[in-house]
Each structure stands twice: as C-alpha cells, then as structure tokens.
Design a protein around this ligand. Structure first.
Ligand SMILES: [Zn+2]
Length: 512
C-alpha cells in the first residue's frame, strides 16, 4: 500500500464531508448561496477540530471555476490546485512564526494586488492570537477597508487573546469539539474505504483518546495501523497507547464487590507488572462504577454496557457503589502524597474492599441485635490486625487513658466502665448520673474507635446502671483528691510556708 497519512488523504474535499461542525458549515454555505460573504471570518476552537479544513473549503468555494457556490465542484483546475496545496491566491500564514509588524505589513501590501489564479485572494492566518500588538495595528487598516478581491480567514485556539478591535470586524464561528461518536463514524468510513479490518472496541479507544480532535484521532489511527501492520485490534491499540486494559479495572471492581481477596491479589500483581499509570486505573475504576450506578438508576436497556457490568449492577447495593466511586475519586487526590503511587493505589483498593467487608458485617449483626444504639460503619480496616489490642476489666481505664480520642467521645469513655465481652459484643456500663454523656455523636465515635482498634468484639453496647464501676473519670477524681490532701499536708509542713503563716498570722485555705 502506498502510504499517505490518513489525516491528509481523507481531509474533507467538500463541505458535506466535514464532521461535527454542521452549525458552522450551514452558516458558511448560506452566505455563499446568497453571495453575501463577509470579508473577515474568525474560526475559533481547540486543536484538530477542522478550523483550517473549513477555511480551505471556503477558499475553494470562492475560487471554483464553476462560480461561487455552496459546494465547490472539486474537479476544476482551481479546486484541484487548492486540494494539492499549490493555489497561488490562497496564502496560508502561521502566526506562530510570522507574527511581527514586518510580516503583517508585507501581507497587507501584497493583498492590494489582484489575484493571479482565482477570483479572490484568501489569506488564512493560523494561530492568529499570536500576532503582536503592532502587527494587529497594521492588520486593522486592511480589515477596516479591504479591497473587493480580498478575504481574511483567521483561525485561533484562543480567541480571547485577540484585540476587541479585530474581533469586532470579524464574523466569528466557534467550532465544537468533535464527539466520540462522530470521530468513530469517520474512522469507520476511512477504514472501510481502505478495506482494513478493525475491531469496534479499538475504534472506541482511539476516539476516546483523541479527546474531541479529529486530527489527533486520525493520526492515532495512522500510528495504530503502522504499529500492527494494517490490522486494528483492541489489544494492540491498548498496547500502543500505553493504556492499561480496562479489563483490569473491571476485574478489580468485581473482586471488591464479590469480596474475592485471592483473585484481587493476583490482579493487582499482574497489573503492577505492566507499570501502569495508577491514576488512570483509578479513573477506569470510577468509570466502571459510574456505569454500574447509572444502570441501577436508569433503564439498563438504554446503556451500552458490558454484560459483567450489568451483572454487578443487579447484585450490589447502590450505597456501596456510591462509596467505591467516592473512594476512587478521593484517592486520586491522595496518590501524589502517598510514598509511591503503587502504595497509594493499593491503599485505595484495600479501603474499597474493607468498606464492603464492614458493610456485610453490619448486615449480619443488624439481624441479631436490636433496640440498641446503632453502630456506625467502622473506619476502613487497616491491613492486618497485629497492632490491635485486647480489652478487659483489668486494663480498661489504662486503655481509655491511652486512646487517641477527645471531646465528648473522651468524656463518655472516661465515664464508662467495663462489664464483659460476650458473643462478639463488648458491654460497657455507665452510671445514670452520667447518662447525659450518651449523645449519638459520642456513642458512634466511641463505638467505631473501639471496633477499629481492639480485638475480640464486633459491636459495642452501653447500658445505663444505678451503680458505678471502675472508670477513668473516677480514678482521676480520686487522684486529684489525694493530691489535694498531699498538697495540704506538704504546705503545712513546708518551712517557708510555715514562716509566712507565723509572720502574717495567715491561714492555709483549701481549694479544689
Ligand atoms: Zn471547482
């Protein structure tokens, strides 16, 4: 096959072949039909959406030997000459390199001469926002009073950088980013014309990666075809683009939801061997979970989803799906702060896994215990329980003193005393005079802290009693009282204090 870059070979030769910019094409064709063509047009839009392509078609429509028309013939000498890029009256200027006052002056002086080949001299200035201030001033005069035979076409990715004086003299067209569907459709047309076989998913991946740019899509298509000797398969496109197969993301989501730690471990190892961009993998996971959530809320038949995703949407609670989505999104932010992106990613996955776990534990407990304060879902479990402690009546107050809690949670813990651990439940008691400490926030906070940091129980219940037991608050109070007595006796026996008492006839006051 003689090789010609696809983007060039399949550059639209007439307006009907332009993808995704119907609104602009229609307006231009109408102006051509009525022969009311403005002398300066500005095409704005991101890269690769067709700005210069439309500008060239416009030049063709003006200079076609068949006469000015909404669709140039494509066959006459002028049309062919423009297609081949050697039409003398289409002058293309790249303002990235020709932007100064001298360049623009030369341009405006030359523009006074009548066209040599066609009816109109068309100046196409690409990256027009890069023209310098004096350059714009030089251009302005010509834009105000252009010769009859002259048309200006400005293309820019950043129209906001153009002076208002220039903007106000141009008819402005904003070109859209091209949708994935439109890009895919165009690629199919090209591949069919080239008689090249392709896998549909390969095209989906390319059109997604192109991010709205037809030019990028076609050059990726070129690369992909060269990469695998004119065949287009999903696997090879993934390899070429350095994307991590979405199957990994799907498989990880499946393992999390089905609580399959063994396969999860295998998948994470395989994934790591491919040196993935973990940020992208989290994106992949978020996309799949988003798809599942969408299926759960909306009509599944309207979504083009893989069957595995449909299956997951049927078998798992929407709450857990939302939670995994949140973790995936939030973990992306944390990735840069983790010791390595791999570790950050692994923690994110463990967190998703643990939330599932704690959720299912709560479900089973809910059925056996009732009429008690509900336990909040535990914080994510840390990996391994080796740093966890046991609790008993002997160490309860010491442990409470060590706990990294504060405020109302600490107050509550300090006023509770240990009762027993029975059937996976830690029973604590509190004296009825301290009942006011049992606000929901404190109870929930203490419960989740205890479950997270101590072994031997999965649930905590606090009963209100008429008696008191061994509490940290009680110990502190006793200690304070002892201290006061000690201080008093120390004060009365201190020689300096005694001297003051004698000297001023003072007394020692007890304070609490
Ligand atoms: Zn023609």
């Amino acid at each position: 096959m003689s090789y010609l870059v696809l983007a060039r070979k399949y550059r639209p030769k007439n307006f009907s072949e332009v993808s995704g910019q119907d609104h602009v094409v229609r307006a231009i064709q109408n102006s051509l039909k009525q022969n009311k063509v403005h002398h300066a047009l500005l095409f704005s839009g991101t890269r690769g959406v067709g700005k210069t392509t439309i500008a060239r078609l416009f030049a063709k429509a003006l200079n076609c030997l068949e006469g000015v028309s909404p669709e140039p013939c494509g066959k006459c000498a002028n049309c062919i000459s423009i297609d081949e890029g050697n039409f003398m009256d289409l002058i293309e200027i790249d303002a990235a390199s020709q932007r100064g006052i001298d360049d623009i002056k030369e341009l405006t002086q030359n523009s006074q001469y009548t066209p040599t080949q066609g009816k109109y001299k068309v100046y196409l200035i690409d990256e027009a926002h890069q023209i310098t201030g004096p350059g714009f001033n030089a251009l302005l005069k010509t834009l105000e009073e252009p010769p009859e035979h002259m048309k200006f076409l400005l293309a820019t990715t950043e129209p906001e950088k153009l002076p208002i004086t220039v903007l106000s003299r141009c008819l402005q067209f904003n070109l859209k980013r091209i949708s994935e569907d439109e890009i895919k459709l165009r690629m199919k047309e090209i591949l069919d014309a080239e008689k090249i076989e392709y896998e549909d998913l390969a095209l989906s991946i390319i059109s997604k990666s192109a991010d709205g740019s037809m030019r990028d899509a076609l050059s990726l298509l070129d690369q992909a075809l060269a990469y695998e000797d004119y065949k287009l398969s999903e696997d090879n496109v993934i390899d070429m683009l350095g994307l991590i197969d979405n199957k990994y993301a799907l498989s990880i989501v499946q393992c999390i939801l089905n609580q399959d730690s063994e396969t999860l471990n295998e998948q994470l190892e395989q994934l790591d061997s491919k040196y993935p961009n973990y940020n992208d993998v989290l994106d992949g996971i978020a996309s799949i979970v988003q798809e599942i959530a969408y299926l759960q809320v909306l009509d599944a038949s309207k979504v083009d989803a893989q069957s595995e995703v449909v299956e997951l949407s049927k078998n798992h609670e929407p709450e857990i799906i939302q939670l995994i989505y949140q973790i995936a999104i939030n973990s992306k932010r944390d990735l840069s702060m983790a010791p390595s992106s791999r570790e950050g990613f692994t923690m994110a996955i463990l967190r998703m896994f643990a939330f599932q776990l704690s959720d299912s534990l709560n479900d089973s407990k809910k059925q056996s215990v009732s009429a008690q304060k509900k336990i909040k879902k535990s914080e994510p479990l840390s990996n391994g329980k080796s740093d966890r402690y046991t609790i008993s009546s002997n160490n309860w107050t010491k442990e409470v003193a060590k706990m990294n809690i504060s405020g109302a949670v600490k107050q509550l813990a300090a006023n509770c005393f240990f009762d027993q651990i029975d059937n996976d439940v830690l029973y604590l008691k509190i004296h009825s005079q301290n009942e006011h400490q049992m606000i929901d926030r404190a109870v929930d906070g203490l419960n989740s802290y205890l479950i997270k940091h101590y072994d031997g129980f999965e649930k905590v219940l606090i009963h209100i009693e008429k008696e008191n037991g061994n509490t940290l608050a009680g110990e502190v109070k006793t200690k304070n009282e002892e201290q006061i007595i000690m201080n008093e006796s120390r004060a009365s026996s201190d020689p300096v204090v005694q001297e003051y008492v004698d000297l001023f006839d003072a007394t020692i006051e007890e304070t609490k």
